[in-house]
Write a protein that binds this ligand. Structure first.
Ligand code: SF4
Ligand code: SF4
Length: 88
């Protein structure tokens, strides 16, 4: 069994980061249930579909993340691969 499923899900999120606020702690990356975020060169980038759980906004002590609701494509691949690094 793979870690990917196809779902139709509306809406989707587009993550906006305030780089001047982000400390690169990685809490949001660890928390995201669908592996949509990644730390790259000490900053957060969106690398996958966001399902707008808003967990990253809630966990960020620096209030560095905003999630905008955007239209989703017809069919999405959501990465639900289990994570070994979640300590929340
Ligand atoms: S939780 Fe906030 S400060 Fe930490 S990496 Fe994510 S956006 Fe940056
Ligand atoms: S809102 Fe939820 S699904 Fe979207 S990037 Fe943040 S933690 Fe991941």
């Amino acid at each position: 069994m793979t870690g990917e499923i196809s779902v139709k899900f509306y809406p989707c999120g587009s993550v906006r980061l305030s780089k001047d606020r982000c400390t690169g702690c990685g809490d949001c990356v660890k928390l995201c249930p669908v592996n949509a975020l990644k730390l790259e060169d000490g900053t957060v980038v969106q690398v996958g579909v966001c399902v707008v759980c808003l967990g990253c906004m809630a966990v960020c002590k620096e209030r560095a993340i905003q999630v905008d609701v955007v239209e989703c494509p017809e069919e999405l691949e959501v990465d639900v691969t289990s994570k070994n690094n979640v300590n929340v």
